[in-house]
Design a protein around this ligand. Structure first.
Ligand SMILES: [Zn+2]
Length: 333
């Protein structure tokens, strides 16, 4: 049996390929308590699930005396989620997470209503409720996380749009270049394979292997396997020509993706979060220029592209917002 309180407190979890984080969040977006640990996803689904249950159990023990305050648990998870059934159907960054009935496992373990939501959809809701969306003053918002991978979430007419099964928003796997590089999803030329963190690192490594001049390798401690998007970004900021070229290329493809999003959705606001958003204008300015040149003029003129307010806690706040939205009568799919 599961119980869902009418309370002002949600347990929100962000389960990513690298880190997992759990927090107690009030309905006004205030984080009361938070814990983080490494996912160690290479240890497989069983080990990750064990760690996840442990970290939730620890957080729940802090609210035992006020359990009636608890509105529910929501897990923001990387991957394609069947929200109707609470199943993680596939997750390229969580090996072994295939057909995992995450909602039922957690609800059964703790006797509390649980929801599972895609992490980027959650982040869209978090920015809409508490961040760049100015607490609902924007009606149509598209959120894009540009990080190791690329994900997205859509708020349409003030509602999180989830599609028929809850899997909508896979903006990172929008195909931009039919004969482009192989993506982690197994297809070719996805936006993620051209502009995500791993694509930036791959392009830099390919150029370095060809012997192109650059300070990137030195910044990576002389080890090519330590070249990441963050290292390329640092080199670019120091004026490294190769690093700037690689980021300009990623920005160009990101701009094509943005133009497609602007033409399809005609949003008021596109919010860009994720680790690569920290590159700031190095990435966003050229991407916006390309988007401006390619988008139709009517939707292109009315849209604003801004950096996300939350980088680390967008998924957590969005998961909590989802719990409270269910109390208010649910989110339309
Ligand atoms: Zn893909």
């Amino acid at each position: 049996m599961t119980c869902s309180g009418k309370g002002d407190l949600a347990v929100a979890v962000d389960l990513g390929g690298t880190k997992m984080s759990v927090a107690l969040v009030r309905s006004d977006g205030r984080i009361v308590s938070q814990r983080r640990c490494l996912t160690n996803s290479d240890e497989g689904a069983k080990a990750v699930l064990g760690r996840l249950l442990l970290i939730i159990s620890d957080m729940l023990s802090r609210v035992k005396s006020t359990k009636s305050e608890l509105a529910g648990i929501a897990v923001a998870c990387a991957g394609v989620i069947d929200m109707n059934k609470g199943i993680v159907t596939e997750s390229p960054n969580l090996p072994g997470f295939s057909r995992i009935r995450l909602r039922d496992i957690i609800a059964h373990e703790f006797g509390v209503t649980c929801y599972v939501i895609n992490d980027a959809s959650a982040a869209a809701l978090g920015e809409y409720e508490f961040g760049a969306g100015a607490r609902g003053r924007v009606e149509n918002l598209i959120y894009l996380t540009v990080s190791t991978g690329i994900g997205g979430g859509m708020i349409i007419r003030g509602q999180l749009y989830l599609g028929s099964d809850g899997s909508a928003g896979e903006i990172g796997h929008m195909i931009i270049k039919a004969d482009g590089p192989l993506c982690k999803c197994g297809r070719r030329g996805c936006l993620e394979s051209l502009a995500a963190g791993w694509a930036v690192a791959r392009d830099a490594v390919e150029c370095l292997k060809k012997g192109e001049e650059s300070s990137i390798l030195q910044l990576a401690g002389g080890k090519i396997e330590h070249v990441t998007a963050a290292v390329v970004s640092a080199a670019a900021k120091q004026g490294d020509i190769l690093a700037q070229k690689v980021i300009r290329s990623a920005a160009g493809y990101l701009g094509i993706g943005l133009a497609n999003i602007i033409n399809v959705f005609n949003p008021q606001l596109v919010v860009i979060g994720g680790g690569l958003a920290k590159m700031g204008n190095l990435l966003l300015e050229p991407a916006c220029k390309v988007a401006e040149a390619l988008a139709f003029s009517l939707p292109g003129k009315s849209v604003r592209v801004v950096r996300a307010r939350f980088i680390a806690n967008a998924g957590i706040l969005g998961a909590a917002a989802y719990v409270f939205s269910q109390l208010r009568g649910g989110v339309k799919g």
